[in-house]
Each structure stands twice: as C-alpha cells, then as structure tokens.
Design a protein around this ligand. Structure first.
Ligand code: FAD
Length: 321
C-alpha cells in the first residue's frame, strides 16, 4: 500500500477531529502517515490518538519555533516528508490555515492541488461542490503528487488500530525573511463551545436575529445542543456577531450532523458554506425564503418564538424530563 501523508491539526493537547477524518479518508488511498508540527513533546502526547485512527508512522517536526510562524513550519515539514516517503497524496484539512499550507506546498512541489473536497475515492478522484453549490464536480490531479484539502465534517472518523511509529523529521530552521511571524495571540471567544468547523451541531443566526442582543437566543439553542454558533455575513457585517463565526463562501465551511439556520434567507454564498451538512433545519418567517430549498425541516415562523421553544424542549429531553 502506498503512503498517504496527513497534516495533523492539533492544539498541543488534543488532535482535532478533522485530522481523524483525514486519517479515515487517507485509508481509502493507502497507509496514513501523519506529519506533526509542534512544540517539543507534542508527538509523545498525541501519538496514541493518531494510532487509534490508523496512523502507521508519525513524522515529528518538533521545535520551539513551530508556533511562531504562520504556515511556514508546516509547509517545510510536509515538503521534507514528501521528499522522504514519496506518498500517493497529501491530505490537509480545508481550514483557513490548512488551505494556506496546501497551496504553498503544491506550488513548492509544482504539483496539482484540489481544495475543499467533500469526498475522495480509492482512485484519488475527489468530489467538490463549486460555484456556491451550483455544481458538483469530480476531479483528479494529473500532474505530480496530489495535494488535497478535505472539508471538515465530510468523513465520519472511524477507528482503526495503527502503530504510529515515531520518526524525527529534521526540518531546517524557518527563514524569517520570507515567513510571516505571529506577533500576538488572543483567546478565542465562545467559551466552552466546540470550534465551528469541528462541531457536530451548528446553530447560526442571520440578519433576522435583528441585533447583537438577539444572538442570545441563538447561543442558548446552541448550548442546549452542545453545539457551536455561526452567523451569516449580513449578521457579521452588521456587527451582531464576530467575523470569525461567519459561515459561507467567504467565511468558514461547515458540514455538521445538524445545522440550524435562524433568520437566514439562504443566499447562495451562505449555502456554499453549509449545504453539505447532514441535516438542515431552517426557521424563517418568509415561506419563500430560499433556505427552505435546502432544508430537511423548515419552520415558517418567528425565530424568537420558535428557537426558545426548541431550546426548552431540547433541555427538557436532555434533562430526562
Ligand atoms: P437576509 O438576506 O437579509 O435574510 C434575513 C432573513 O431573516 C430573511 O429571510 C427574513 O425573512 C428572515 N427573518 C427576519 N426576521 C425574522 C424573524 N424574526 N424570524 C425568522 N426569520 C426572520 N453571506 C454569508 O452568509 N456568508 C458568506 O460567506 C458570504 N459571502 C459572500 C461573498 C460575496 C462575494 C457576496 C457578494 C456576498 C456574500 N454573502 C455571504 C452575502 C450573501 O449574499 C447574503 O447577503 C447574506 O448571506 C444574507 O444574510 P442573511 O440571510 O442573514 O440576511
């Protein structure tokens, strides 16, 4: 079986679910081989989690400067790993960071890049949903080692025992002259809620929420379901919710088990970021809202009446009453 490289996304303490999805997808093409970039000691902490999802080997690029630069340490590590193992493909999560790394890697390798894939078959053909969801395409790389970014939530992670044997990747120091340095970090808003691209439930609010205060209703439903909060661009542009939570073509792509859209019309640019969700529920007071065209369940009504009822019902059922 050929090796398939997977870039590990993690927060030093935990491997992100999107990486378990990549490892599952990689098994369709060959043996998953992880590339982990992090501070010294990270691989030892995360090895077991990688092994559980079928990782055969882990190439560890550990250094104190791993978190100091944007993208470059991961690009350098993947480049060296590609040269070392000659893989059948390189898989990276289609997150903001992942897409930057994948693009730079493909340029450096002079190879083909496929982004935002929602499926991948054993021949390396990927499925993408393009032009704001208007077309579904199937594509394959015809030049060089394919670099593929997979949209988080597209694969259900499946456990499969692997050895995750650790190898050291001796990556040369990052060249600061051609790299962007991280100058400050701020804790993410959102408290204990799961990350938007990792969550199995996302509750999003749109302009129909009417203001920043109105998002309390969205947050309460998300919290009752243990989900993340998202927002439409109109809601973000109006200052109702922070930009990092925008879902859509120019925001984050999500593919949770359940997506609830509250007061969102369903513009094509919003649908582009969420229409691969497994179940979509829409609440909108306009029966003609386009969002109902993609919804599995639709409620025509006022979100300020419907969402609190949903929250109460979910809380009651979770509480067992
Ligand atoms: P609106 O279209 O104004 O819809 C509000 C909805 O709320 C209406 O359907 C209304 O019936 C309903 N409503 C109002 N009050 C209530 C109530 N009390 N109860 C229930 N329903 C109610 N948009 C994104 O979301 N993400 C993107 O990434 C994105 N990228 C874009 C990129 C480009 C290049 C462009 C041109 C546009 C982009 N947009 C994006 C914007 C997009 O076209 C829409 O303008 C936007 O999605 C609309 O947001 P909305 O549905 O919240 O607002």
């Amino acid at each position: 079986m050929p090796d398939v490289l997977v870039l590990v996304e993690h927060d030093e303490a935990r491997v992100h679910k999107s990486t378990h999805e990549l490892l599952t997808a990689a098994r369709r093409l060959g043996d998953p081989v992880a590339v982990l970039v992090g501070a010294p000691g990270t691989t030892a902490r995360l090895r077991e989690s990688l092994a559980r999802y079928g990782t055969t080997r882990v190439y560890a690029a550990e250094s104190t400067e791993a978190g100091e630069f944007v993208g470059s340490p991961a690009v350098d590590a993947l480049y060296l790993a590609v040269r070392t193992v000659d893989p059948a493909a390189v898989l990276v999560s289609a997150t903001t960071d992942g897409k930057e790394v994948a693009g730079r890697l493909a340029a450096r390798l002079d190879t083909g890049l496929l982004t935002d894939a929602v499926d991948l078959d054993s021949s390396g053909t990927v499925t993408q949903i393009v032009f704001g969801g208007a077309y579904t395409t199937r594509s394959e790389v015809t030049h060089g080692i394919p670099v593929i970014t997979l949209r988080p939530g597209s694969f259900d992670p499946e456990e499969h025992p692997g050895d995750a044997v650790e190898h050291t990747l001796a990556v040369p120091p990052v060249d600061p002259a051609v790299s962007a340095r991280v100058t400050a970090r701020r804790a993410a808003l959102g408290g204990d809620r799961p990350a938007l691209t990792e969550a199995s439930v996302v509750v999003s609010g749109g302009r129909g929420v009417g203001g920043a205060d109105g998002f309390k209703v969205v947050e309460e439903l998300a919290d009752a379901l243990g989900g993340a909060v998202g927002a439409s661009r109109a809601a973000v542009d109006a200052g109702y919710y922070p930009h990092q939570y925008q879902v859509g073509q120019t925001g984050k792509s999500v593919s949770p088990q359940l997506y609830i859209a509250l007061g969102i019309s369903g513009a094509i640019q919003h649908l582009a970021g969420m229409q691969t969700s497994k179940t979509i529920v829409a609440v909108n007071k306009d029966p003609e809202a386009p969002v109902f065209g993609v919804a599995d369940y639709g409620v025509v009504g006022d979100l300020f009446s419907v969402a609190p009822q949903l929250t109460r019902e979910v809380a009651a059922r979770r509480g067992g009453s």
